[in-house]
Design a protein around this ligand. Structure first.
Ligand code: PHE
Length: 342
């Protein structure tokens, strides 16, 4: 027995120093301490020893088991530490490495590019950016803007209602009402943002973007001429210096008079082509002199003040500027499309 214990101890010593992985170590553990392991066998055989030898041999076996357990644990710690260091070394990041070969940087979405251009142009004319909620009350989106519940002009905008009183705003004009209620003239704001209408084809998306503009000041200071000057400046800055604009009479309940604005076709320079459907002009926005009813609804004295407002379609302008044929491409998140705008 004593001889056997010595043998096992020596063999174990050789094995453990040769263990290179946690897997090796586990095998060793099973070989010696497992259910049929060598040390376990020794303990089982103890009963065959002479009764007076049993306590001494038993003690020796236990010491051996303890030694084996300790060495295994120690080696395990050792190997784990080594593995960690190796991993750290392998995963070391060289921050000086050039990334020039990697195409990982993103680009701004063409709608964001367009929106930012709009903001820059109007900020240059002294406009301040405002925002309002996308989930809006009927009150701000329609009622304050002179569109009562039963008014036929509601049919101009096919609305997503959440309840009778709450809807997804159909126009950034809702922010006009909010700003007028909160601020005193002079007011000079733009409001870019998402709007929603139940509309879906190559040129309409149920979610799209507008940028509202609103200017309010003392009566003689804001005229249709000022509106035209402002929009003319915008068109030349955005579509190019040789762009021309024209205003056509239109109807919006919250402006009186109301106009629609066309910009001269920048593809054919007004001669007529496919893009402008041979008219030489492309419609891009609605505008007008703020209806005095709306001013009064929003707590601004229409005898003292007047204003103009406009609402520009951001998708429309982006599609024209970048030659995008179908509005849906803008929302498909196809990386090949988006990459072009780097
Ligand atoms: N809100 C109008 C629309 O969505 C556009 C508009 C804004 C017209 C401001 C006049 C003044 O069609």
């Amino acid at each position: 027995m004593t001889e056997r214990i010595k043998q096992i101890s020596e063999a174990f010593g050789a094995k453990i120093s040769g263990a290179e992985t946690l897997g090796d170590l586990n095998n060793i553990k099973i070989k010696y301490l497992g259910k049929n392991g060598e040390v376990t066998e020794l303990l089982k055989n103890l009963k065959n020893c002479l009764a007076e030898e049993r306590p001494i041999i038993g003690k020796k076996i236990n010491e051996l088991r303890q030694r084996i357990e300790n060495s295994i644990n120690e080696r395990e710690k050792n190997l784990a530490e080594k593995a960690k260091l190796k991993k750290l070394e392998e995963e070391e990041i060289d921050v000086t490495l050039s990334l020039a070969h990697k195409d990982t940087t993103g680009a701004l979405h063409p709608l964001t590019i367009t929106k930012n251009m709009f903001i820059n142009i109007f900020a240059g004319m002294g406009f301040e950016v405002k925002e309002g909620p996308e989930i809006e009350l009927d009150y701000y989106n329609f009622q304050l803007l002179n569109i009562p519940a039963d008014h036929p002009s509601r049919d101009m905008q096919d609305t997503f209602y959440i309840t009778d009183k709450i809807l997804l705003r159909t126009q950034t004009s809702a922010v006009q009402a909010r700003v007028m209620l909160e601020e005193k003239p002079p007011i000079r704001i733009i409001c870019p943002g998402k709007v929603f209408r139940a509309d879906d084809d190559a040129t309409h998306s149920p979610m799209f973007h507008q940028m509202e503009g609103l200017v309010i000041d003392e009566k003689d200071k804001v005229t249709l001429g000022d509106l035209k000057g402002c929009l003319d400046e915008f068109a030349r800055k955005f579509f190019g210096e040789d762009s021309r604009i024209r205003l056509r009479p239109s109807y919006f309940p919250f402006t009186e008079p109301s106009v629609e604005m066309d910009v001269s076709c920048f593809m054919c320079k007004g001669k007529g082509c496919r893009l402008c459907k041979n008219t030489g002009w492309i419609e891009i926005l609605g505008a007008g002199i703020v209806n005095p009813i709306v001013l009064d609804n929003c707590g601004i004295d229409s005898k003292k003040y007047s204003g103009y407002a406009f609402g520009i379609g951001i998708e429309r302008c982006a599609m024209l500027k970048f030659g995008i044929p179908d509005i849906r491409i803008l929302f498909e998140n196809d990386i090949r499309f988006l990459r072009q705008y780097k």
